[in-house]
Structure formats: C-alpha cells, structure tokens
Design a protein around this ligand. Structure first.
Ligand code: ZN
Ligand code: ZN
Ligand code: ZN
Length: 170
C-alpha cells in the first residue's frame, strides 16, 4: 500500500467524526509502519515465515504465493512482510517449533549475533481477530488451524493463550 493511498484512506475516514475517533490510533500506527517499509528494499523485507520477500513467487493459477528458499523447503503461501533487516543473508533457517524455534526468530537471532539491526513492520499483537492477549510468540499454523512443529502454510503472531489453545508447546 502506497503512503498516498493510506493518507487518502485516512482523510476519507477523517471526514466522519464518529469513525475517526475510534480508528485514529489504529491508522496512526499503520502509517508509522508503512513509512518504515518504504525505507527498505524488497530483498531486505522479511516475510512472517522468516524468509525474504525475494524468495517468494506469485502463482496466478492458484492465486497464492510460494516461498522457495535455495536450500530447503518452506510451505509458506503468504507474502507478509513483518520485519526489515540490515542484512537478510541470515534469514535462511527452517522452522522446527514455536517461538525461538521458528525461522523468523532464528533469523533475527542470527542477524543480531552478527551485529545486524532491523525494524518491525507490525505491532507485536496476537493475530487472532479481536484478541488483546499478551506474551506474543510466533508459530507455524497448518490449513486446519493447528500449530505444527515444522514449516506450514501460514505463520501467526499469537498470544500465550492462543499458542496453547491451537496446540502449540512453548
Ligand atoms: Zn513467506
Ligand atoms: Zn518461507
Ligand atoms: Zn490471542
């Protein structure tokens, strides 16, 4: 989404005083993160699966993405940038569990160990709609909505309670 589009959206919502009051904080947050994304090239943007956007391909037949890292399999069908890294070479890990065992967290840990830095593009919030849970972690979730200890179609930021209820072990 371009910054122009977001500001138009913000303007049009801003014309309705009832809506603007409730959405103002949320839009400000979105604008902040869109601004960050514009400063980083695509190959430094990391999908929630833990791999760069450059490793993702769009398939127009299935209308979905596939993530194709060079040396291993990733089942991701999203292209959802959540993090930008000063050096994306370290984002080449596989997921083998929740949180510290997820490819995104392993990538960030490798980056930081080598003195790299990065910025989050999303707020650390549980991605189950309406949830305000705490102790946010990340997990691979299969198409049945269950957490699995390996790569899966989706990755989600989840609160501690949702990690438990979707079958994940912390
Ligand atoms: Zn991905
Ligand atoms: Zn991936
Ligand atoms: Zn939650």
């Amino acid at each position: 989404m371009s910054p122009e589009y977001v500001s138009e959206l913000s303007d049009s919502i801003g014309n309705d005083p009832k809506v603007s009051a409730s959405l103002d904080a949320e839009i400000q947050l979105a604008l902040t993160y869109v601004g960050i994304m514009d400063r980083w090239p695509r190959h430094k943007q990391i999908c929630i699966c833990g791999h760069t956007l450059n490793s993702h391909r769009y398939n127009s037949v299935t209308s979905s993405y596939s993530c194709e890292p060079a040396n291993f399999f990733c089942a991701c069908i999203q292209e959802e940038p959540v993090y930008c890294a000063s050096d994306s070479r370290w984002f080449k890990r596989s997921t083998h569990g929740v949180g510290k065992k997820h490819a995104l967290v392993l990538g960030i840990a490798s980056l930081e160990r080598r003195g790299g830095t990065g910025e989050w593009l999303v707020a650390p919030q549980c991605q189950i709609p309406g949830c305000r849970g705490v102790e946010i972690s990340i997990a691979c979730v299969d198409l049945k909505g269950r957490i699995v200890p390996h790569t899966a179609e989706r990755s989600l930021l989840l609160c501690k309670d949702h990690v438990k209820s979707l079958g994940g072990a912390i």
